[in-house]
Design a protein around this ligand. Structure first.
Ligand code: ZN
Length: 366
């Protein structure tokens, strides 16, 4: 997590309720909006914990408190703190989801094409960073019932990375993954090929589950009295499904070997791939300098976010926005991955690569 934030919008005000009790709104005039903005900004800037970033939108402000990157963060605290911000600043009550998309400065707000508004960043103090507890206490947010819940699912951010996969915990420590040795060395051109190969590996053997495709067994992730888990072999690719909605691994699209290994070993996506590559004696063709490794990790981590099944379910609104472009972004990252050159040719430390739209379209068979 990078920040806790709020969204104040003065475009309309509630002026009463209709016969069914639904709120009735009235649009404010530009002058009224201007006044509301001035008053609000004063209140916001007088708040004990100064916001790190304030962005002026057409009808209000987006305001952010950046979080300290090296302090532990708890995703479970995110929503209660968002609610406390809403209460304190009387801001938009819907801004409680982690994957909220906010407006970008220097871009036009074009809801009304005849009246564009340039979004402006009016305060930018990235050195102002806070820890969640401090924000929570100052905002009068009660986190006591979260603290008592240490044993339940924990969402922790380590090294500035949300550990999304660590939220699934096996029932006991004896559950592990088993990969028979020795493995013949294999070489693949790209990550896609590696993932395809890994998904073909027999999950029954790997998890030592004495069952067969389509036949239910007791789920290894929840106390399961009636067998509710199945492993499915779909055209050579194995997936683990738990049909119990109470189960932490109840994901509609199922879990593949990467999801399972990541959960059982508490590894990030990239580390999981690296671990499985070691186990299966897989080598990826590519440069292996430290810089190239970092660039590779960057593209892979981007691709992880774009193709991660759990990501799409956890961050619904962000996924909805990038859904139509996700395939294109994935392909561009793949092109980047195949074209890591030398640090010397980079820009600001990042790999640079070029391709034409025609080349991209050809690759994607568009
Ligand atoms: Zn389950």
């Amino acid at each position: 997590m990078i920040a806790q934030f709020g969204d104040a919008d003065f475009g309309k005000e509630e002026i009463g309720k209709d016969s069914e009790g639904k709120p009735v709104f009235r649009y404010r005039t530009p002058d009224e909006i201007g006044n509301c903005k001035r008053e609000f900004l004063q209140q916001l800037l007088q708040f004990e914990l100064k916001p790190s970033i304030v962005v002026e939108t057409k009808n209000g402000f987006h305001f952010y408190w950046l979080l300290k990157r090296n302090e532990p963060q708890d995703l479970k605290m995110f929503e209660p703190i968002q609610r406390a911000i809403i209460k304190k600043f009387n801001s938009d009550p819907n801004i409680t989801n982690l994957d909220r998309i906010l407006r970008l400065p220097n871009y036009l707000h074009l809801k009304d094409l005849d009246d564009p508004f340039l979004i402006k960043c009016i305060k930018f103090d990235p050195q102002l960073c806070y820890i969640q507890e401090k924000l929570a206490i100052t905002l009068g947010c009660d986190l006591s019932n979260l603290k008592n819940n240490e044993n339940s699912r924990r969402f922790v951010v380590v090294d500035n990375k949300v550990k999304l996969r660590n939220d699934i915990v096996p029932l006991n420590n004896s559950i592990d993954i088993y990969i028979s040795e020795p493995q013949m060395p294999k070489e693949f051109d790209n990550l896609e090929q590696v993932i395809a190969f890994l998904r073909q590996q027999d999950l029954f053997q790997i998890l030592r589950i004495p069952s067969q495709p389509g036949k239910a067994f007791n789920c290894i992730f929840h106390h399961d009295e009636h067998p509710s888990a199945v492993i499915v072999n779909d055209r050579g690719q194995y997936k683990y499904f738990c049909n119990s909605p109470n189960c932490e691994c109840h994901y509609k699209k199922g879990l593949d070997i990467i999801d399972l290994t990541s959960a059982l070993k508490s590894l990030s996506f990239y580390s999981t791939i690296r671990y499985l590559c070691e186990q299966y004696n897989i080598h990826l063709k590519n440069a292996d300098t430290k810089w190239a490794e970092e660039q590779k990790a960057k593209y892979i981590s981007n691709m992880e976010l774009l193709s991660y099944q759990m990501f799409a379910e956890k961050y619904k609104s962000l996924s909805r926005v990038i859904r139509s472009g996700a395939r294109v972004l994935l392909e561009i990252n793949q092109i980047g991955l195949e074209n890591i050159t030398y640090e010397y040719f980079g820009f600001e430390g990042q790999n640079v690569f070029f391709f034409s739209n025609r080349y991209l379209a050809q690759r994607m068979k568009l």
